[in-house]
Structure formats: C-alpha cells, structure tokens
Ligand binder design. Structure first.
Ligand code: UDX
Length: 433
C-alpha cells in the first residue's frame, strides 16, 4: 500500500521503516530540512538500536523515501499518518499546533480519497478537529476519513515493539477506513480493537497513565520496605506473580521519566480536568514520582553528611538504558541537585556524555565508570545500562575514596557488593551498616 508519514520522530520514522521493510511503499515527510537530508543519507536523527541498518536497507531497496512536501504526500498516498510532536503546554494540555498545521496542509492538497490517521498522542476530540480543518477547505467528506491509531512503542526497543505489537487500536467513525488499515497492518500481526475515535484517543493516555501508576505504586512500596525491613524487589516479584496483576512495570527505582510518561500523565490530568474530572489518583502518582528521586538524594546526602565538596560518580544519564534520550531523566535531576549543593560530579553514560555536557558543562564527564569513580566519595547508579550490571565491583571499590555505592535501579546483589568491600544503599531496602 502507498503510505505517507508526516513527522520523523521516534514514532514516525520507526513506523515508516518497519512498514517499508514489510514492502509497503513509504514516503516520510518532515519540515526540518536538515533532518530530511540526514535521513536521506541513511543517518537517523535519533539513537535507536537497529534503526540505522533498517533505514539504509529500505532506502536502498526503494521502499522508503523522504520529502519535505505534504503536497507530494497527498498526491502519492492512500493512507497518511500524522506523527508529529504534541509537547505539553503550560497547564499540561498537549499542544496540538503541529497536528493542526498538518491537517491544514492536507486540507489544501487532497485530490482523491485518503485515510488520514492521527498517530500523535492527542487530547480527546482532536480527530473531530482534524476533520473540521480538512472540511474547512471545501473537501467533501467522501474524500477522506480521520482515524485515531495510537502508538505504544518504547524507546530503546522501538523496532521490536513495532514489528511485534501487543495490539492494534483503531478509532473510527465508519468501518471502511478501519478495513483499509486492518489490511495495511496485516503484515504486523497482533490482536486488534476497533473503537470509536474518542475511545481510541483516550486509550493511549489511559495506558501510559496506568503504567505510571504501577511504577509509582512499586516506588511507594519501596518506601514502606525501607522502613519495615522488607525488600521491594522480593515484594513486587511476589505481587507480580498474581496473573491479575502481572510482573511488568513493577520495578521500583528512581521514578519514571522520558518523553512520554511524564507528558502523558500530565496530559491525562489536564484532559480529565477540562472535561470536569479531578484525577486525584494521577496527581498522587506524580507526587510519589517526585518524592522518589528527592528521597534518594536525601539518603545520599545523609550518608555523606552533606555533599558539599564531595566527589560523586554518577553512572547513567539517560532516562532509561538503550536510548540517548535525556528528557525528564531522573539522573539529570540528581545531577542538578548535587551540583547545586556543591558536590563535584563526574558523570559517565555509554551514549549521552556529549549531550549532557551541553546541558551541564559544570560537571565532569569520564570515559568509563572506573575513571568516573576515581577518588569518589560515592558512586550512584542512575540508569540500568547492561554495562553497569557487568562492572567489576572490586576494581570499582579499589579506585574509590569512600567505598559507598548508591543503587537507584536495583541492579546488584547485596552479597556481591558487600563482598567487594562496598557499603550498599539500594532503593527499597533498609540501610544495613
Ligand atoms: C512509554 C510507554 O511504555 C510506551 O508504550 C509509549 O508508547 C511511550 O511511553 P518509554 O517512554 O519509551 O515508553 O519508556 P518506558 O520503557 O515505558 O519507561 C518509562 C520510565 O519508567 C523510565 O524512566 C523507566 O526507567 C521507568 N520504569 C519503567 C520504572 O521505573 N520501572 C518499571 O518497572 C518500568
């Protein structure tokens, strides 16, 4: 099928290359000319494992192309996806300016029937808005349908998530466009659910909000565990064995960050509020998340008797492993707090040192974890990169001044850490001294 995708962020670009890999004819569109040039040369503007290979491959086979012209996309495609950004506005409501701008361009350029699919995460009712914008150009309703098709891919595993989706959600006002999209996505088998457009728009917010609730629940339990002597990893493992609950997203740690969960939880709160509901469960979810990082920093400060003048090695800067994304990273919150309180921080991240240096030139950046830990008063694990799980703890302890390890992501076994001569402070376990 001939498919155009407007917006080449995580969602647009990954969807584009995967559909192209499945032999659909894909034309991606972006108004950032620099980005277009890079992608045309096979260089993805984002770090995502495996993306460069499949981009180069689909460019070479001719199933993937890129342009900056929506008019060209309207001429070419049977289906157009809108996958542009919807950053949060001041009150948390997603800013749909870019989605509306694309709708205007589509309205100006439609000449024959096209299915317009909104993939961007948008407030309930945005599908209606897109429809109205297109109609405002005098386009007859027989010439288009607007469908909601939320995206659930995760950074770091985006290709795999897209190739093997958990589910396909289609929000429609008529069955015909759903049939066209079910055909398009036949190449990516998954259970599908066809709903009305507003339900589909809400499913994305509801899913991400519920994931955040799960994590915040585990983090709240971690606080109870620290107080009563239980172990949060064991507790949540036991809880997750209940088939009604499931084990996923119950990993306690420093809290949730990234480009989606924080934005979508705030979006859900704002969307509910606009419709007249105060979502206090989600407000509490956000507060627990903020407290989780602050509490970890307090524990560190307490153990070091203040961080002023102390040398601290911060391992991991990205919001989670296998991505270069620093947006709403808990690690950066820790970094900022430590610097503000007079600590000398040496950070190390397998992929994001350079990007973090631009944001925080006042910190030092090391070439590897051992260099970061040299003469440190404490080492902090802020992101669970595999590289850190494989650290030689004895070697790490040997280069440190004070043998103190703070683990914000529960990646070590207490016995191993203590055998290396390190004092171990981990989320969700009482300090053992
Ligand atoms: C999320 C959703 O999972 C995805 O479906 C949606 O399309 C986009 O938003 P992503 O932002 O890539 O994906 O990250 P995710 O893997 O969900 O992790 C979000 C945050 O939660 C990270 O900071 C991670 O460290 C944290 N997390 C996740 C935990 O603290 N504990 C867990 O058990 C799981």
């Amino acid at each position: 099928m001939k498919v155009a995708i407007v917006g080449t962020g995580y969602v647009g670009l990954v969807t584009g290359v995967v559909l192209a890999e499945k032999e659909h004819d894909v034309l991606c569109v972006d108004n950032d000319l620099e980005k277009v040039e890079k992608i045309r040369k096979g260089i993805p503007p984002i770090y995502e494992p495996g993306l460069e290979e499949v981009l180069k491959q689909t460019l070479a086979s001719g199933t993937f192309r890129i342009t900056s012209s929506i008019a060209e996309a309207c001429e070419f495609a049977e289906v157009i996806f809108i996958a542009v950004g919807t950053p949060p506005g001041d009150d948390g409501t997603p800013d749909t300016t870019a989605v509306k701008a694309v709708a205007h361009e589509i309205g100006k350029n439609i000449k024959r029937y096209i299915v317009v699919v909104v993939k961007s995460t948008v407030p309930v009712g945005t599908g209606d808005l897109v429809e109205n914008i297109i109609e405002s150009y005098g386009v007859r309703h027989e010439l288009f349908d607007v469908v909601s098709n939320p995206e659930f891919l995760r950074e770091g595993t985006a290709l795999d998530d897209t190739r093997h989706p958990d589910r396909l959600i289609l929000g429609v006002e008529r069955q015909e466009p759903a049939d066209i999209l079910l055909k398009l996505f036949e190449c990516l088998p998954s259970p599908s659910l066809v709903t009305n457009r507003r339900s589909s728009e809400l499913i994305k917010y509801a899913s991400n909000s519920f994931l955040a609730v799960k994590i915040s629940f585990a983090n709240a339990m971690s606080r109870v565990c620290e107080l009563c002597g239980a172990n949060v990893a064991e507790v949540m493992k036991g809880v997750g064995m209940d088939a009604r609950i499931g084990p996923a997203f119950l990993q306690a740690g420093l809290g949730w960050g990234g480009s989606c969960l924080p934005k979508d939880v705030q979006g859900m709160i704002a969307v509910a509020c606009n419709w007249g509901y105060d979502f206090d469960l989600l407000r509490a979810t956000v507060v627990i998340n903020q407290h989780q990082t602050a509490h970890f920093i307090n524990r560190l400060q307490k153990r070091l008797h203040g961080v002023n003048g102390k040398k601290i090695a911060l391992l991991g800067l990205t919001f989670k492993p296998n991505t270069d994304d620093l947006r709403d990273s808990r690690s950066l919150i820790i970094l900022e707090s430590l610097l503000r309180n007079g600590a000398q921080v040496t950070a190390y991240d397998p992929v994001a040192n350079e990007a973090a240096k631009k944001l925080h030139p006042e910190a030092k950046y090391a070439k590897n974890p051992y260099e970061a830990a040299k003469d440190a008063d404490a080492v902090v694990i802020a992101t669970e990169w595999n590289e850190f799980k494989e650290l030689d703890l004895k070697k790490l302890a040997d280069v440190m001044k004070q043998k103190i390890l703070f683990d914000g992501r529960l990646i070590f076994n207490r016995k191993d850490v203590e055998a290396a001569g390190l004092e171990y402070f981990v989320v969700g376990e009482r300090n053992v001294r």
